[in-house]
Write a new protein. Structure first.
Ligand SMILES: *Cc1c(COP(=O)(O)O)cnc(C)c1O
Length: 425
């Protein structure tokens, strides 16, 4: 159990656990504010992977030799760690996949194959990542189904009245993000799941941005599917999780065919393995799974409540600091924040103006900040429909993790002031 309070949340000792944060970029200390894109990895994760290759490397679930048993038990320990982390009822409800994208494709394909027919509706929202749009469009094209979209208001919150009206007897699934990677909005997913269940509509939650920032309990939410990526959770790339209620996963056909997902194969008839293996064809990303287990251990040692509390402080500090920047006028801010929801995670999308009051293109801002060792993301953040909704081609996005500091936010603001000066001439 973690007994630390936010007061003894010691960011310097946390930073010491992340070797890359000690690196220099262009001769300047790295200021890494691109955590919604991918997070950095603590030493314990790097060491778990190193240890796997030095002492355990072997294929899993197949050999009865020593190394294979070691690797298999490490892999299954990670599955139990994930189960506990999101409070899934059963171990077999945790499917290892490549990431959020693959998890959503799996559900769109497998659930879609058996549950979606012509004229049926798939409900998503206007703030979805392309990963939670395109797989559903592909499904709709295959099945002649219809994609419906919950609109977003000017603050970047979902329109709940429109949501209630869009749910219908024809809706086959609701697929929404828990936290927007672009706006930072925390959606009221528990309430939305309850509403969808009134229509017997299952719900997939894209948790890519939530698991690194707040405690998630899939049973409390009553989510039917919950998906996330390891790499945003301080774990390696190429590994992610599909949580699904066993009652759904049992009914769904396999997604990939191959080794490990079968119980017997003949040319006449193949029978499938039980959960979770039915959905885990082929040799898995063993070191990724082991690294994910180590990352979850690490995050739990820091404590998700401490993380959430500290990041809210960074969000408030960062918002205020950015709004303090001045350009054409000494009284109105030179920064416009896109996404001002009442419930927000530590993600700030913004546009910054030059001395004449014109928006500086985010790509220019990003390139100039990089010269100072400051990493932010600029672009459409894989949410082009959302960019269109807010009438911008791209935004600058600073996204904080619990190893970031107010001093780094100050460096960002100084960097932006420097960018403004360059654009003033
Ligand atoms: C990053 C992200 C994804 C895609 O995750 P991958 O790791 O690239 O598969 C999907 N949804 C959201 C909200 C994200 O932030």
């Amino acid at each position: 159990m973690n007994t630390a309070t936010a007061l003894d949340f010691n960011v310097e000792s946390i930073r010491a656990e992340f070797p890359i944060l000690q690196e220099k970029v262009h001769g300047k200390p790295l200021v890494y504010l691109d955590n919604a894109n991918t997070s950095q990895k603590p030493r314990s994760v790097v060491e778990a992977i190193d240890h796997y290759y030095r002492a355990m490397n072997s294929n899993v679930h197949r050999g009865n030799h020593f190394l294979s048993q070691q690797a298999t038990s490490a892999l299954e320990a990670s599955r139990r760690a994930v189960q506990a982390f999101i409070n899934a009822e059963e171990e077999r409800e945790i499917i290892f996949v490549r990431g959020t994208t693959e998890a959503i494709n799996l559900v769109a394909s497998s659930y879609g194959d058996f549950a979606v027919n012509a004229g049926d509706e798939i409900l998503i929202s206007a703030m979805e990542h392309h990963s939670n749009i395109v797989p559903w469009q592909l499904l709709c094209a295959r099945k002649n189904a219809v994609l419906k979209v919950i609109p977003v208001n000017d603050a970047g919150e979902l329109d709940m009245e429109a949501f209630a009206n869009l749910l219908s007897e024809r809706t086959r699934i609701l697929a929404i993000t828990h936290i927007s990677n672009t706006l930072g909005t925390i959606n009221p997913v528990k309430e939305m799941i309850a509403k969808a269940h009134e229509y017997n509509v299952p719900v997939l939650i894209d948790g890519a941005q939530s698991v690194p920032h707040e405690r998630v309990d899939v049973q409390d939410l009553d989510a039917d599917f919950y998906v996330f990526s390891g790499h945003k959770l301080f774990a390696p790339t190429g590994i992610g999780v599909l949580y699904g209620k066993a009652e759904w996963l049992e009914k769904m056909p396999p997604y990939h065919g191959g080794g490990a997902m079968i119980s017997s194969v003949t040319f006449e008839k193949t029978t499938y393995n039980e959960l979770p293996f039915k959905f885990e064809a082929g040799t898995p990303h063993i070191e990724g799974i082991i690294g994910l287990g180590a990352a979850i251990d690490y995050v739990q040692r820091v404590g998700l409540d401490n993380i959430a509390e500290y990041e809210q402080e960074l969000l408030a500090y960062g918002t205020q600091a950015l709004m303090g920047l001045r350009g054409a006028s000494s009284t109105t801010p030179a920064v416009r924040i896109i996404g001002t929801a009442a419930q927000k995670a530590s993600v700030i999308s913004f546009m910054v103006q030059d001395a004449r009051g014109a928006d500086i293109h985010p790509h220019d801002v990003g390139t100039l900040l990089d010269n100072d060792g400051i990493a932010i993301r600029t672009g459409h953040h894989c949410t082009q429909p959302l960019m269109k909704r807010f009438g911008v081609p791209a935004t600058c996005r600073a996204s904080f993790a619990f190893y970031n500091t107010t001093a780094e936010i100050d460096a960002l603001v100084r960097g932006l002031a420097k960018v403004q000066k360059i654009f003033a001439v």
